[in-house]
Design a protein around this ligand. Structure first.
Ligand code: TRP
Ligand code: SF4
Length: 333
């Protein structure tokens, strides 16, 4: 039997190139080798945004449209929405009971999220019970399908370790071997930084969206940081100190293009503005077919809804099988 993978993304709305290179590209490859479940984690989005849900539904849809555009194939992968599979919430209850309080309290990402929350005004400025339970809910997502592997970025590895600990504890407590231990499937792809050299992120205003037009992309690329010591085109450049633009070249350029940029930059034969204009054209060419496909789904929202509904129904069927076993093992009525 083929191995099963599960992975999800919070519903943060339109995705950026960091999502594409760091996660989605990996999923597109893996879906051909594994039985794949990909979902939008809208409950996880609520852990920090429960007071701002006006765009939640559209955010979920935008995420799925980006996935479809990038090549996640609904004919071979199961695409679903977390909250459409209520079985996950029941499993979350059982797992919450057996998870020690200090395990959730020492979750390293909790501290980062708490820091973000403290910058907000009003009621939503402190850690809620739900946010504290973030890693338990994530364990539920994974264990709901008894997956053996989870393709994620490096930032989620601690959560997977947590999930394995919970699975092991469940098996120990109930003297079973029912739950498998899921291992991370890391992407070997290089991380793309934001236009300002920091981590690419929506809230940092330094991202390029998959859904950006060619014009928007070009305009953003022109703001990318280059070799700061370089003032004139004839100044000898240092590609290794070109903090953003050259790094993008290394991701999107062919080996020949990269070599050419490097040599011309080092010899003072290439101006940064021209260099970035050329880079924008290369990136736009790369994303042209993806953006075309995206436009198609944007114009056919009913197809997207159908994909989500079909996928969620299929996911529920699988989840119900697992939940039936879990209830029995736990000893529920
Ligand atoms: N925590 C993940 C993130 O922030 C999203 C997520 C939720 C997830 N549940 C998951 C990822 C289960 C993999 C498996 O990106
Ligand atoms: Fe960077 Fe290109 Fe400028 Fe060289 S010419 S510093 S590679 S943007």
């Amino acid at each position: 039997m083929t191995e099963r993978i599960v992975s999800g993304m919070r519903s943060t709305g339109k995705l950026h190139l960091g999502h594409y290179l760091g996660v989605i590209q990996n999923w597109v490859k893996l879906q051909k080798e594994y039985e794949s479940f990909f979902f939008v984690a809208d409950w996880h989005a609520l852990t920090t945004k429960y007071d701002n849900t006006a765009n939640l539904k559209q955010d979920v849809k935008d995420v799925v449209i980006d996935w479809l555009a990038c090549g996640i194939d609904p004919n071979i992968s199961t695409i679903y929405v977390q909250s459409h599979v209520p079985e996950i919430a029941e499993l979350n209850i059982y797992l919450s009971m057996i998870t020690p309080q200090n395990w959730v309290e020492r979750d390293p990402t909790l501290k980062d999220m708490a820091k973000i929350l403290r910058t907000k005004e009003g009621a939503n400025s402190q850690v809620s019970y739900g946010l504290l339970g973030y890693p338990v809910l994530m364990s539920s997502d994974i264990m709901m399908f008894n997956a053996t592997a989870v393709p994620v970025g490096i930032d989620q590895v601690a959560h997977l370790e947590f999930t394995r600990d919970v699975a092991r504890r469940f098996n120990n407590i109930y003297k079973t071997e029912f739950f498998k231990e899921a291992k991370p499937l890391l992407n070997e792809c290089s991380l793309i930084c934001g236009l300002d050299g920091n981590k690419m992120g929506k809230s940092f205003n330094n991202d390029i969206k998959i859904s950006d037009t060619a014009e928007e992309t070009a305009k953003k690329i022109m703001t990318a940081i280059t070799d700061r010591s370089r003032l004139r085109k004839t100044d000898l450049g240092h590609p290794d100190q070109c903090e953003v633009a050259f790094k993008y070249w290394e991701i999107f350029g062919t080996p020949e293009q990269i070599q050419k940029v490097k040599t011309e930059c080092e010899q003072g034969l290439r101006g940064c503005a021209d260099c970035k204009r050329e880079l924008a054209a290369v990136i736009n060419e790369y994303f042209a077919p993806i953006r075309e496909k995206r436009r198609y789904y944007e114009e056919h929202p009913e197809e997207v809804t159908e994909i989500i509904n079909d996928g969620s129904a299929k996911a529920r069927q699988e989840a119900q099988k697992v939940l039936k076993e879990v209830r029995k093992i736990v000893g529920m009525y």
